[in-house]
Design a binder for this molecule. Structure first.
Ligand code: ARG
Length: 464
């Protein structure tokens, strides 16, 4: 068997073979294709569609092909188009005509959909575990910086002092949402399409639930036409990956800014930076820049497949073969980014003296002064206005707020008293003492909660 050419008088033109082949990238489906075929063969035997003896030969053949693939001994042939035909042809080569029975009650359309789902189910688990590793790194650094104060920003202008741990834990929250999205994607990926045939179902008494159980799918698909046409699960992964990359890209941007001389908040470990070919003094944050850059291609993969799918009539169309490279690329890009990020974060050094001194500058306690007046009875809007005037006055006098005399304060409101000097960076942070606030005790609770989440995850993991 070389190609499916029964109906034709000629073999396909070389250019067509080259254009249509997918083995160059779908070779990655080899292991899952074999798993699915083994489950299919077992089902065929259980249902009396093939004999037990035939099933055993087929399963034995498939297992030895799996070994060949694993040991890099399998010869992938482009003229055999795709991974499915490559494996089937090798099976027939190995066990003879009985191998031709494997494709009973099956089409490549339900086969490829099954393979993609099985492959993605594995990839989702690996993705979640890589995100957990990064979360771990974030918690670790946050734990070390429960006393480190940095300026918090809005509009990239210094806004209010916050704990560095609090800032970093914002990324933990994003990553938690990412993980939930991947689990959610799992729910809709773990549905078995096999048994849908080309599109209408198959004319055999098959047992789809048996196959689902063998392969670890949660359920079986309910409409054969949808089952072979659906690539939503791939799009969902690509969207979840795009969003996760967006989060990493925002963190990248902060790493890049913070390691610049202008900010000078952090220093990246030498192992996670690169030099310049011309400027000997340079230490560039290329990892973060590339993560920011690669976010673009992960978005691109999502938009490419959305576009591919939008005009397709039901059911299978060959256009859908284009689902693969983008997905593989998004998975690979996300995993490598998560991995290198974990190392980069764990090894970076925070210049706490610098962050501390900057956190004291720039009138970042103005909100606390307005709050001070509001707590003494001034309506907040007018307290805000009076404090605004006070800040303008201080800027004109080139003084920090705590350098103003009480007389100067009182020019702006008679409510000011000596206790206004109790407003400090530390008091500002300590005052935000509620769920989600930056007070140390609250941030410690965030860390404890995050640690608990990770502990539960790893406990589940070790149970298998
Ligand atoms: N290589 C094909 C794909 O990835 C497999 C399905 C082929 N089905 C077909 N009817 N030609 O989509």
């Amino acid at each position: 068997m070389s190609q499916i050419r029964g109906r034709f008088n000629k073999s396909a033109d070389k250019s067509v073979q080259e254009y249509t082949q997918s083995i160059d990238f779908d070779f990655r489906l080899g292991a899952v294709d074999i798993l699915a075929s083994i489950a299919h063969a077992k089902m065929l035997a259980k249902q009396g569609i093939i004999s037990r003896k035939e099933m055993k030969q087929i399963v034995g053949g498939l297992e030895s092909i799996a070994e060949e693939i694993e040991q890099d001994k399998f010869d992938f042939k482009p003229e055999l188009e795709d991974i499915h035909m490559n494996i089937e042809a090798r099976l027939i080569e190995k066990i003879g005509d009985v191998g031709r029975k494997l494709h009973t009650a099956r089409s490549r359309n339900d086969q490829v959909a099954t393979d993609m789902r099985l492959f993605l189910m594995g990839a989702i688990l690996i993705t979640i575990s890589a995100i957990r590793e990064l979360e771990n790194a974030i918690i670790e650094i946050a734990g070390k910086h429960l006393n480190t104060v940095i300026p918090g920003y809005t509009h990239l202008q210094r806004a209010q002092p916050v704990l560095l741990a609090h800032h970093l834990l914002a990324y933990f929250e994003m990553l938690e949402r990412d993980i939930n999205r991947f689990w959610d994607c799992m729910d809709r990926t773990s549905i078995l399409p096999l048994g849908s045939g080309a599109l209408a179902g198959v004319a055999y008494q098959i047992d789809r639930e048996f196959v689902a159980k063998e392969l670890g799918f949660d359920e079986v698909s309910q409409n054969s036409i949808d089952a072979v046409s659906d690539r939503d699960f791939i799009l969902e992964y690509e969207f979840a990956a795009a969003l996760c990359m967006m989060h990493l890209s925002r963190l990248s941007e902060e790493v890049i800014l913070w390691s610049s001389a202008e900010f000078d908040f952090i220093e990246l470990d030498d192992a996670f930076t690169t030099g310049s070919s011309i400027m000997p003094q340079k230490k560039n944050p290329d990892v973060a820049e590339l993560a920011r850059g690669k976010t673009g291609r992960v978005y691109g993969n999502l938009v490419a497949l959305l576009t591919t799918m939008k005009g397709l009539p039901l059911a299978y169309n060959r256009d859908m073969q284009e689902d693969k490279e983008g997905l593989f690329d998004s998975i690979g890009t996300l995993l490598s980014t998560l991995d290198v990020f974990t190392g980069m974060l764990k090894s970076l050094h925070v210049k706490t003296d610098k962050t501390e001194s900057v956190a004291k500058q720039g009138y970042m306690l103005a909100t606390d002064i307005a709050d001070y007046l509001a707590k003494k009875g001034e309506p907040f809007r007018s307290a805000h206005e009076k404090t605004g005037k006070l800040v303008r006055y201080a800027i004109e006098k080139d003084k920090a707020l705590n350098q103003l005399t009480i007389k100067e304060y009182q020019k702006f409101s008679s409510l000011f008293d000596k206790d206004v000097y109790n407003i400090t960076v530390a008091s500002s942070i300590a005052a935000r003492d509620h769920i989600g606030g930056t007070a140390k005790s609250q941030v410690a609770k965030q860390i404890a909660r995050a640690e608990e989440i990770l502990k539960d995850y790893y406990a589940e993991e070790s149970k298998g």
